[in-house]
Design a protein. Sequence first.
Length: 21
Amino acid sequence: MVKITARSKDTKKNSNSDSPH
């Protein structure tokens, strides 16, 4: 979950376009 934490903002903004996988 390091990626999600590092790009928590990006993940939330692009959660639909770019899933945090």
